[in-house]
Design a binder for this molecule. Structure first.
Ligand code: GTP
Length: 597
């Protein structure tokens, strides 16, 4: 135990966490030449393509320092806000954290929010000034910023570059010298924290854990405390680049467990593993169910594929427990599912995985957050509205509440004005403004979640020319004046295009929706009126003019291959279209409400 160090790396997105982790693996000889590959820890294809870490992973390194062998367990954490719960679990499994700060970007919103998480868990913080090789690096100023933030000595900050490998030896030395070894008692009953799990189609769910007390042995009868289910520890081991089977994982160490569980939902990140016969009385604090933030309908493009879609979603859920879904039906789209996601990125990933791994073509409807509605006749009963069509008749409503968040934005003082206007437009209320340095300021706002989950981040980047970083955390629900804006195509309401909007913005948004849909819906052989309505009242109208659409008409010279190509192209373009009544609606139309600005 004395020679184990458990640590994580925390940073704002793109400050170089995965790259630095690779260098640590190289330096400690944890990877063979053959295994070398950029960003080793990001094993999912999607992760590599998008260059982001979606799931956290752990890896064990061995390192000899001053003649003594050490085991270093690195627990990698995801950087995107959608996956922040996993960051907090990873942090709880460690005694120390490398806090990486980009020498050109300095401290950003997630640097601070992750740092606070680490401090709440009493982790030893090792500040690292990364990317010092960059010509735009500004080490003096960023050092001052870090000193201000942590109250540390400038000498404690390690200069490094994940790109060149500079400083990696100093980082390893600091991990050994500054991070405390794990505490805990080998003779106590087993108590292990689950910080992650992954699904493996051959072996079932692999659970990653950190042993706090006791040990976990192959063949042991174990119990998961939150789910109260018992299993056999069929296999335990440590996490090198590939797994190494062991007989026992002892106090302080990190490992994996295989029990034959086939459903990812049975393994809850944050849960405690204990001995079934001799359970621990101490349950590790901080377990919570991960709650979806964004809801949207997913429908097969072809109504006949409903059952196949259900099968695919069930399989996806087996390896992504944060995906939730229930069947729903839409007058416009037929049978499909209302799905809950951690955020917009998660939603995009699910849609992409359905298409790549399961070959499904799906339509995703307008996303929304989860509202609470209360009726006048029973004002205490909460009606959860995850779909705008579930909102009770306005005349029966007492009130509607919507989720709010506290948004933290760090920016240069030049952009305060722009950011204020954006946040006010998004119904934000400023709650604080603090100068971190003379140049950099931290703004906090209370804002409706609905206003930030969609395009807020992109807008913020634009108005700040990229000089703003952003983070948020939920602060509960607040009453709000919301109305449902419905869309009618050819006089038929299309329920999948309805959205809940603040009453003050409803007219404006309804108008913009009609304009946008006019752009997005292809012309057909007849005029298509587009109307926006609140209840029975039409608030806006546009018309798509009829056009005989014959894409091959202009190829009358008879170049048959060119003609065929065009037809193929048209067919492909059709794939993501949905026939509603006699109008064909492309996928983008369902996302139109998100792209109105
Ligand atoms: P997430 O996993 O998405 O949170 O990102 P990350 O923090 O792991 O960052 P990543 O390691 O993916 O690096 C982000 C970008 O910075 C990549 O384009 C890297 O090539 C680049 N980068 C990382 N470290 C260095 C460095 O030390 N110097 C330079 N010049 N570039 C670096």
């Amino acid at each position: 135990m004395k020679h184990i160090r458990n640590f994580c790396i925390i940073a704002h997105i793109d400050h170089g966490k995965s790259t630095l982790a690779d260098r640590l693996l190289d330096f400690t000889g944890s990877v063979t030449e053959r295994e070398k590959q950029d960003q080793l820890l990001d094993s999912m294809d999607l992760e590599r393509e998008r260059g982001i870490t979606i799931k956290s992973h752990a890896i064990q390194m061995e390192y000899t320092f001053e003649g003594q062998d050490y085991i270093l367990n690195l627990i990698d954490t995801p950087g995107h806000v959608d996956f922040s719960y996993e960051v907090s679990r990873s942090i709880a499994a460690c005694e120390g954290a490398l806090l990486i700060v980009d020498a050109a970007q300095s401290i950003q919103a997630q640097t601070i929010s992750n740092l606070y998480l680490a401090l709440e868990n009493d982790l030893e913080i090792i500040p690292i000034l990364n990317k010092v090789d960059l010509p735009s690096a500004n080490p003096e100023e960023v050092t001052d910023d870090i000193v201000d933030l942590l109250g540390c000595d400038p000498e404690e900050i390690i200069h490094a570059s994940g790109k060149t490998g500079f400083g990696v030896d100093n980082i390893l030395e600091a991990i050994i010298k500054r991070i405390p070894h794990p505490k805990g008692n080998y003779d106590e009953p087993l108590q292990a924290l689950i910080f992650d799990s992954v699904y493996n189609s051959f072996r079932g769910v692999e659970t990653y854990f950190r042993v706090m007390n006791g040990s976990i042995k192959k063949g042991q009868r174990i119990k998961f405390v939150a789910t109260n289910k018992e299993y056999n520890a069929d296999e335990v081991g440590t996490l090198k680049l590939s797994q190494v089977v062991r007989k026992e994982i002892k106090t302080g160490d990190v490992g994996y467990l295989i029990t034959g569980i086939k459903d990812a939902r049975e393994v809850k990140v944050g849960d405690t593993i204990t001995d079934a016969k001799n359970p621990t009385t101490k349950v590790l604090a901080g377990f919570e169910d991960v709650k979806p933030m964004v809801f949207a309908g997913i429908y097969p493009v072809d109504t006949e594929d409903y059952e196949e879609l259900r099968n695919s979603m069930e399989k996806l859920q087996l390896n992504d427990a944060s995906l939730v879904f229930v069947p729903e039906s839409s007058a416009a789209l037929g049978f499909g599912f209302r799905c809950g996601f951690l955020g917009m990125l998660h939603m995009e990933i699910i849609q992409e995985r359905l298409e790549r791994e399961f070959n499904m073509t799906v339509i995703t409807t307008v996303p929304n957050v989860s509202y609470h509605a209360f009726k006048r006749k029973d004002p205490d009963e909460i009606i959860i509205v995850n779909n705008p069509t579930d909102l009770p008749d306005p005349s029966s409503l007492d009130r509607v509440e919507e989720p709010y968040i506290k948004a933290t934005i760090i920016t240069k003082s030049d952009y305060i004005g722009n950011i204020m206007s954006l946040c006010i437009e998004k119904r934000g209320l400023i709650t604080n403004q603090t100068y971190l340095t003379t140049e950099r300021v931290e703004l906090t706002f209370d804002m409706p979640l609905a206003e930030i989950v969609f395009d807020f981040y992109d807008r913020l980047k634009t108005v700040s020319k990229g000089y703003a970083s952003f983070d948020y955390s939920p602060i509960g629900l607040r009453a709000s004046k919301l109305v449902r804006v419905d869309i009618l195509l050819n006089a038929q309401p299309v329920d999948a295009l309805s959205s809940l909007i603040h009453a003050d913005n409803a007219h404006n948004i309804g108008k913009k929706m009609c304009e946008k849909l006019k752009e997005l819906i292809p012309r057909q052989q007849f005029d298509i009126p587009i109307q926006a309505a609140i209840g029975a009242k039409i608030i806006s109208r546009e018309t798509i003019k009829a056009l005989r659409k014959d894409v091959t008409a202009k190829c009358y010279g008879g170049d048959i291959s060119r003609k065929r190509k065009l037809l193929e192209k048209q067919k492909k373009g059709k794939k993501r279209m949905r026939q509603v009544g006699n109008v064909e609606i492309p996928q983008q139309a369902f996302m139109a409400v998100l792209k109105l600005n």
